[in-house]
Structure formats: structure tokens, C-alpha cells
Design a protein around this ligand. Structure first.
Ligand SMILES: Nc1ncnc2c1ncn2[C@@H]1O[C@H](COP(=O)(O)OP(=O)(O)OP(=O)(O)O)[C@@H](O)[C@H]1O
Ligand SMILES: [Mg+2]
Length: 201
């Protein structure tokens, strides 16, 4: 089974007025295609820092990060954005839904960027994803009018918009109720597995 993620000897240092702060130091890990991995650690231990590196949102201070067939260190900013649009679904710790778009428009946004789903199908597909995570009835509202858990569900639907091979989620169930629907919210049985067609620019 191939590796979807390979992190080799990665360090991440943040400069600060009190001197450099080392958030990650000598981190190596491999995650196989189809694996479901939870990263657990105390607050401030570097979980979000790691996810940002895996999503190509931030770059390591040293070391290499291979994700879904690409060495992220070799990609330009625009190359990274294109790679991310095709390969990664992201659920941010604080959702980051765009406040001026309705919930269903937020879910359609990654489809508009990636352009892999025909325009005429995007709204229906977004609505289906919202139904799947239990907030279909919230589709036409603005995010600020949803509860925290509903916003988190909408953010999960948005992350699934392009059926990405890799789903990265930062504390994705922290705001969800613990009712019987909860396990279904993050399970994604029909997702494609990460492929390894090689990097792109
Ligand atoms: N942009 C930044 N500038 C300086 N220091 C940062 C920055 N981002 C994170 N840090 C520091 O790096 C460390 C790791 O932060 P990170 O957000 O990755 O932690 P976390 O494990 O996700 O925590 P939490 O569970 O609270 O979300 C923390 O000590 C934090 O203060
Ligand atoms: Mg965090």
C-alpha cells in the first residue's frame, strides 16, 4: 500500500520577540492510502501547525513534506493552491466559513475553484453534502445565523465538496453534539483514495 503522506525530519520554528519558538522538531511520519489517523496532543503541542504543513498552507523551516504524490517544497504558491484544490479537503479549527455567502454557496466555493464538477450540478451536489451532514435545512442561511455545531457540519460539507483524496480536519467534532448522527458526520466510505500520479507545478 502506498504512502499518501510522508513527512521527513520536519522542523517548524516561529520567530517571536522572545526568540524563535520551536513548534515541531525532527518530526517524521508516514500515512498510508486509506488510513484514518488521529493526531492527539495537548493544547499548543503543534497539531494545527502539522495540519497546516500537510495542507501546504505553511512551509516547514526544514525537512520535506510529501502529500498525495507531490513534494510540497517544490511547488510555487500558485502551484500549491492548484494542488490543494484537487487533493485536499480542509476543516479548519474555527470553520472559516465566508460570512457574506450562504451556507450552500460556501460549499459550492471549492467546486468553483477546482472546476471538476459541471456548473449545473454544483448546487445540487452541495445541497446533498449538507443533507449528509445533517444541515440541509440551513443551506440558504448566512453562517453567522447557525449554531457552532451547525457551522462545523457545514465546514465538513465544504471540505468534501470536490471529493478530495485527502481530508484534513482540525478538531472536527469539537462543536458537534454527541447524538446518534455524530459518527456518520465524519465517515466518508465512498471517498477516493489518494493517488500517486506524481507532482505537478
Ligand atoms: N503564527 C505563530 N507565531 C508564533 N507562534 C505560533 C504561531 N502559530 C502557533 N504558534 C505556537 O506554536 C505552538 C503550536 O501551536 P498549534 O496551534 O500548532 O498547537 P495545537 O496543538 O493546534 O493547539 P490547540 O490544541 O490549542 O489547537 C504553540 O505554542 C503556539 O503558541
Ligand atoms: Mg490547534
Amino acid at each position: 500500500m502506498g504512502l499518501a503522506i510522508q513527512v521527513s525530519d520536519v522542523a517548524k520554528t516561529y520567530p517571536s520577540s522572545a526568540g524563535d519558538f520551536v513548534a515541531l522538531d525532527g518530526l517524521s511520519l508516514g500515512i498510508a492510502d486509506g488510513e484514518f489517523v488521529a493526531v492527539v496532543g495537548r493544547s499548543g503541542s503543534g497539531k494545527t501547525t502539522l495540519l497546516n504543513l500537510l495542507a501546504g498552507i505553511d512551509r516547514p523551516t526544514s525537512g520535506t513534506v510529501w502529500v498525495a504524490g507531490a513534494d510540497l517544497g517544490t511547488l510555487s504558491e500558485s502551484g500549491l493552491a492548484a494542488w490543494r484544490g484537487r487533493n485536499v479537503g480542509l476543516v479548519f479549527q474555527f470553520f472559516q466559513l465566508l460570512p457574506t455567502l450562504t451556507v450552500v454557496e460556501n460549499v459550492m466555493l471549492p467546486m468553483d475553484f477546482a472546476k471538476t464538477i459541471p456548473v449545473s450540478e454544483r448546487r445540487d451536489q452541495a445541497q446533498n453534502l449538507l443533507e449528509r451532514v445533517g444541515v440541509g435545512d440551513q443551506a440558504d442561511k448566512l453562517p453567522s445565523t447557525l449554531s457552532g455545531g451547525q457551522q462545523q457540519r457545514a465546514a465538513i460539507a465544504r471540505a468534501l465538496a470536490n471529493n478530495p483524496p485527502l481530508l484534513l480536519a482540525d478538531e472536527p467534532t469539537g462543536n458537534l453534539d454527541s447524538g446518534p448522527r455524530r459518527p456518520g458526520v465524519v465517515r466518508r466510505p465512498e471517498c477516493r483514495r489518494a493517488d500517486h500520479r506524481g507532482g505537478d507545478s
